[in-house]
Design a binder for this molecule. Structure first.
Ligand code: NAD
Ligand code: TYD
Length: 350
């Protein structure tokens, strides 16, 4: 059976890297990118593959069951890699229901449509891309493993935890073949500049304040987005059905140290006097319920599938800064809102 893989959220940050990898690496697969194009979706991320013969785009809301059914039938979808979500913790604090709708109800809608459309479940995989934030917050010791009990602390992580539970419930109850990966913080090209790293790059470039929440002592584990996409490729093809794999960078950083590293590297790149960008650091009110530390133990995927990060953090950060500096138009289109016209201009008549 020819594979026809539905990748949801493919116009977003991680999704565009997954779509590009699959379109280019697997010319024999049909890749269908299904995305509503919310504020976070940007088709400019997919310029390189938009005319590839094995790529299709469908502007669809995962909350619309009939539209999902139509797409499954039109493309004879054989597998799903589900990334579409509301993904920003700060937005989940101001509007939790939007996260319940997209992340919980949207995921259950997609599960229902896949369950009804597929006949022999052994022939199909439903892959859910999730986050390490479902495990809650760590103190200064220990790591999240695949057996760490779920303890989500933000509306975002609660919605992702719920969707993970639904995926497992469908595997247990209906015998749908599923797999879940829980990954740490991603960074790299094409990330919307509301998240820490692209926001700081953008603000340093424009001499704007760098808002550091609280004392900047919170710790995150960072992974280069291309390495996450590689992990998804491996788990999709070689992961054991029903399993969970944690994906992480073995790379913990305090927020303030990242911000300082970005300042230092940007000073060098922009030919500014050493230390000048650090003056932009501004400590602001902490995020409500701010998780102290995330740290992933990724030895299972390393041991069982041979995956490991390909880039050291400093190398990845340098590549990321270079990408944002070289793609000024992308950043300008995002900040001006022009990126939202791309669909009408380039796709409407397809
Ligand atoms: P993103 O916000 O950049 O992209 C999300 C995409 O989903 C956007 O293209 C958006 O248009 C689309 N979308 C939103 N609502 C939709 C709907 N109702 N119907 C169809 N499409 C919709 O997110 P991201 O950072 O690329 O994250 C992708 C996935 O990976 C998410 O599920 C997220 O929880 C998970 N994840 C993210 C990180 C991270 O560091 N960014 C880490 C681990 C896991
Ligand atoms: P973020 O990129 O939003 O990812 P997440 O909340 O999913 O980890 O934030 C990364 C860390 O940086 C988190 O501890 C919050 C902090 N942060 C700031 O200090 N200032 C900011 O402006 C942002 C967006 C985040």
């Amino acid at each position: 059976m020819k594979k026809s893989i539905l990748i949801t959220g493919g116009a977003g940050f991680i999704g565009c890297h997954v779509v590009r990898l699959f379109v280019e690496k697997y010319p024999d697969y049909n890749i269908i990118n299904l995305d509503l194009l919310t504020y976070a979706g940007n088709l400019e991320n997919l310029k390189e593959v938009e005319n590839a013969p094995n790529y299709r785009f469908e502007r669809v809301d995962i909350l619309k069951e009939e539209d999902l059914k139509f797409v499954f039938e039109k493309h004879n979808v054989t597998d799903v890699i589900h990334l579409a979500a509301e993904s920003h913790v700060d937005r989940s604090i101001t509007d939790p229901l939007a996260f319940v709708r997209t992340n919980v109800i949207g995921t259950v809608n997609l599960l229902n449509v896949a369950k009804a459309y597929w006949k022999n479940y052994d022939d199909h995989l439903f892959y859910h891309v999730s986050t390490d934030e479902v495990y809650g917050s760590l103190e200064d010791g220990g790591f999240f493993t695949e057996t760490t009990p779920y303890d989500p602390q933000s509306p975002y992580s609660a919605s992702k935890a719920s969707s993970d539970h639904f995926v497992r419930a469908y595997a247990n109850t209906y015998k749908l073949k599923t797999v879940i990966t829980n990954c740490s913080n991603n960074y790299g090209a094409n990330q919307f500049p509301e998240k820490l790293i692209p926001l700081c790059i953008h603000n340093i470039k424009n001499n704007r304040p760098l808002p550091v929440y609280g004392k900047g002592e919170n710790i995150r584990d960072w992974l280069y987005v291309v390495d996450h996409a590689r992990a998804i490729d491996m788990v999709f093809h070689e992961g054991k059905p029903g399993e969970t794999y944690n994906v992480g960078g073995f790379n913990e950083w305090k927020n303030i140290d990242i911000v300082k590293l970005l300042c230092q590297k940007m000073d060098e790149k922009l030919g500014r006097e050493a230390g000048s960008s650090e003056k932009l650091i501004t400590y602001v009110t902490d995020r409500a319920g701010h998780d102290h530390r995330y740290a992933i133990d990724a030895t299972k995927i390393q041991r069982e599938l041979g995956w490991e990060p390909s880039l050291q953090f400093e190398e990845g950060i340098t590549k990321t800064i270079d990408w944002y500096l070289e793609n000024e138009e992308w950043l300008n289109n995002v900040t001006s809102g022009d990126y939202q016209k791309y669909y009408e201009l380039h796709y409407d008549n397809r």
